[in-house]
Design a protein around this ligand. Structure first.
Ligand code: TZP
Ligand code: MG
Length: 230
């Protein structure tokens, strides 16, 4: 039986465009110190060589911390840095082809902004879905219309994959997002653009932990995947 993949619940996406105070490496270190359990390297511009150099560094840091490292968009950079996974949008490298190249053990995340896109990602073999924008966001120009919590809940109900909610997620709405049954959250500005990214991550982690422990109690699940979020 295929070993189930470790897909974290608190995905921090590194960003060096919205903010320039911290490098991707610094953000990664601070996010991990604050309790991030997945790092996604999201770099839209620059040379491929530099991306591979940075991604290799981040992969080493994540491996030492025992958490998955995922590269956004770029299958080539993911391969070269031996990343644990790649995250692909609807117009990026096709998921079935990525699976062929990367093999069954590598994490493939797919972006979806509608139920039908989420269904397509599932059929194509994604391991998890980044669904959103759930709320308005200034971090992605082409993020599309916001889904809100009701549609997020429908996706959670209908798609049998871990759903990572993304888009405009901050401390104040994390609990309502998690109460839809989402597996976790992914954020850019709520960590990267904060005064103290480590503390911002820590706060989100505390909120997730609280919601997940309540879920365990309410569902009377003694040993569930939720217990993997200490
Ligand atoms: N995909 C959908 S919304 C979004 C991405 C990458 C941006 C998320 O950024 P933020 O700052 O957490 O809203
Ligand atoms: Mg993309």
């Amino acid at each position: 039986m295929e070993k189930s993949k470790n897909i974290g619940r608190l995905h921090i996406l590194t960003d060096t465009i919205l903010q320039t105070r911290f490098s991707a490496r610094e953000l990664t270190e601070m996010a991990i110190a604050g309790g991030a359990d997945t790092i996604q390297y999201r770099q839209k511009t620059g040379s491929t060589g530099e991306m591979i150099r940075v991604a290799t560094e981040l992969q080493t840091i994540c491996r030492q911390a025992g958490i998955p490292f995922i590269v956004n968009d770029r299958l080539d950079v993911a391969l070269a840095s031996q990343a644990d996974g790649v995250h692909l949008g609807q117009d990026d490298f096709p998921i079935p082809l990525a699976r062929k190249i990367l093999g069954p053990g590598v994490i493939i995340g797919g972006s979806a902004s509608t139920l039908s896109e989420a269904h397509k990602c599932f059929l194509e073999g994604a391991d998890y879905i980044g669904y959103g924008p759930v709320f308005p966001t200034a971090s992605k120009d082409d993020a599309g219309p916001v889904s809100g919590l009701t549609l997020l809940e429908q996706v959670v109900r209908e798609i049998p994959l871990p759903i990572i909610a993304i888009g405009g997620i901050i401390g104040a709405n994390t609990s309502s997002v998690m109460q839809t049954g989402a597996y976790g959250i992914a954020v850019i500005s709520a960590v990267c653009c904060q005064e103290n990214p480590r503390e911002a991550t820590r706060e989100l982690r505390g909120l997730l932990r609280y919601e997940l422990s309540h879920k365990m109690v309410s569902q009377k699940i003694a040993k569930s995947p939720f217990s993997s979020f200490p």
